[in-house]
Design a protein around this ligand. Structure first.
Ligand SMILES: Nc1ncnc2c1ncn2[C@@H]1O[C@H](COP(=O)(O)OP(=O)(O)O)[C@@H](O)[C@H]1O
Ligand SMILES: [Mg+2]
Length: 310
């Protein structure tokens, strides 16, 4: 999957402003960005649901503008809206979708049963979908995307609103379809989701790419590990900050002082004894790798989720 200089205008505003992407077949690309960054617009263009105003894109080897029907035969999109009909059972939903894709009644039933099995829904097949948990509904949604065996799957915020257990269930299914060779472009507000699933992460902001790389590459851009000291009360913050040096960051709300370190264990020993020598008894001292949340904040100036929900 490839996109070069994608542009899309809504009214006079650019939702995509020179957006580039390259996703090797069989890998997962995580598209991260604050609300309004253009993630859904990019996905809809690549899935041929929206016409582009500039640039070019190729999906499953076909140009999205000139060969849209060929692209459509190979892709499936799981949008932010569920397509599950709650009145129907899980199996009835899948059979209905199969029929919409012009399978015969018999073919649709066979495919429905295969998918129920693959997505761990056989036991719930005869239950109305409105009685499903959020995670089961999402899995049913995913299963419906696989009726025609797409080679490229677009997932637009597949786990937004799910609790951690249900998110884990959806992640497992995504990993399974990737292991079977599907190429996935996934948008998410959850950085741990991208960390878990994506081979490559593209951070976008205001319609273009702000940063990209593997999760590890992005984290190491922030400069390695940090040492973090939590003191018992605010009076001890200045001393702790002095021990950590001029680059120390102080968070007075959580009594936390931290600084980037290159030498990990030596730094831990040095800081521990220096604090003891100054009579400061720390509540906690730890080495911490930067998280993708740190990366995201550094790149976009936004927090990933709290900003979106605020
Ligand atoms: N159908 C539309 N009409 C007008 N503006 C739109 C439409 N869809 C998206 N936009 C605007 O385009 C920008 C990108 O939106 P979107 O792609 O939905 O971002 P994201 O999915 O990253 O939250 C936003 O400013 C949004 O308001
Ligand atoms: Mg969106």
């Amino acid at each position: 999957m490839l996109a070069e200089g994608l542009r899309k205008m809504f009214d006079k505003k650019a939702a995509l402003d020179g957006f580039d992407l390259a996703v090797p077949a069989g890998t997962v690309c995580g598209l991260l960005g604050p609300n309004g960054a253009g993630k859904t617009t990019a996905v809809r263009i690549l899935a041929t649901l929206l016409r582009l105003d500039g640039g070019r894109a190729e999906v499953a080897g076909h140009d999205v503008a000139r060969e849209a029907p060929a692209v459509r035969r190979q892709v499936a999109l799981n949008g932010q809206q569920s397509t599950v009909d709650g009145v129907l059972t899980g199996r009835e939903n899948l059979v209905m979708w199969g029929r919409l894709y012009h399978l015969s009644k018999r073919q649709a039933e066979v495919r429905a049963d295969e998918l129920l099995e693959q997505f761990g829904l056989t036991d719930a097949a005869g239950k109305r979908a409105k009685l499903y948990s959020g995670g089961m509904r999402r899995r049913l949604d995913l299963a419906s995307s696989f009726i025609m065996r797409p080679s490229v799957l677009f997932l637009d915020e597949p786990t937004t609103g799910l609790d951690p257990r249900n998110r884990g269930e959806v992640w497992r299914e995504v990993k399974r379809v990737v292991a079977e060779g599907t190429t996935v472009l996934l948008t998410t507000q959850y950085l741990d989701e991208a960390d878990q699933l994506a081979d490559q992460i593209v951070v976008m902001d205001t319609g273009r790419v702000a940063a990209q790389g593997t999760p590890d590459q992005l984290k190491s851009k922030l400069g390695g590990d940090r040492i973090e000291v939590v003191v018992r009360d605010a009076d001890e913050l200045p001393v702790a900050a002095e021990v950590l040096g001029p680059d120390a960051e102080v968070d007075p709300d959580t009594f936390r002082v931290s600084v980037a370190v290159a030498d990990r264990v030596a730094a831990l020993t040095r800081v521990t004894s220096a604090l003891a020598a100054r009579g400061v008894e720390a509540e906690d001292i730890a080495l911490r790798r930067p998280t993708l949340d740190d990366v995201f904040l550094a790149i976009t100036g936004h927090k990933a989720v709290s900003e979106v929900r605020a």
